[in-house]
Design a protein around this ligand. Sequence first.
Ligand code: CO
Length: 164
Amino acid sequence: MTILKIEQGINNKILRTTSKKVDNILDPEVQTLISNMEETLKSLEIGIGLAAPQVGKNLRIFIAKKSVSSKTVFINPKIIFLSKKNQEFEEGCLSIPDLKGMVKRSIKIKIEAFNKQGRKFRITGENLLARLIQHEIDHLDGILFIDKAETLYKLEDKSEIKNS
Ligand code: CO
């Protein structure tokens, strides 16, 4: 297994591209990519989720750490329900390591996705998991949290940046 390089930068082309659906989940290349993503996320101290474009592949796959989600691999996710009720909370991203921001997200989400074996499942996420799922699905659509953040902070000195 390989630890993959994390794509970084707010104008990074891969991060800004809409990712394609996975046609054949059991394809060895797709399976290897997922294993490497798992290994990569495990190797990082920070970060609870990772989307395929963040490791240079524009495919609709993201993973989550076991500590925050009972399901850890999400392929071709589809949103079934998104609560109208929002919550603003601090967010960061492995691809934008120098910034944090307050982002409003739905507090509850229900999605349908496929696991590593190609089996369809549904999961409901609330609070942190709901936020993670929305953040990662945004990655698959070329959207970064800074696009949605009302205020941004530089991590090094906590200075505020106006986001307009
Ligand atoms: Co991110």
